[in-house]
Write a protein that binds this ligand. Structure first.
Ligand SMILES: [Zn+2]
Ligand SMILES: [Zn+2]
Length: 78
């Protein structure tokens, strides 16, 4: 496991905790926020078919609140 993360000055919209944590998405197969469907399933998917990563919301970065666990990617502004 890679537990390294960086601090973000962004404040949690839920509990107002700051700083929050962020790190490069560790989801298996996530490439800058997208999954290459064709690479996973060349029979059913078309070349160039991508799906958005649920972990990082397509940003390629996981950003969460260490206090309440809020996923900062779900609300850009609150
Ligand atoms: Zn991801
Ligand atoms: Zn929070």
């Amino acid at each position: 496991m890679d537990d390294e993360y960086e601090w973000s000055d962004a404040r949690c919209p839920k509990c107002q905790h700051s700083p929050t944590h962020m790190r490069t998405c560790t989801s298996l197969g996530c490439d800058d926020g997208c999954f290459d469907e064709y690479e996973d399933d060349p029979i059913n998917a078309l070349p160039g078919e991508f799906s958005i990563c649920a972990e990082c919301g397509g940003t390629g970065i996981e950003h969460w609140c260490p206090k309440c666990g809020h996923d900062m990617n779900t609300t850009a502004n609150a």
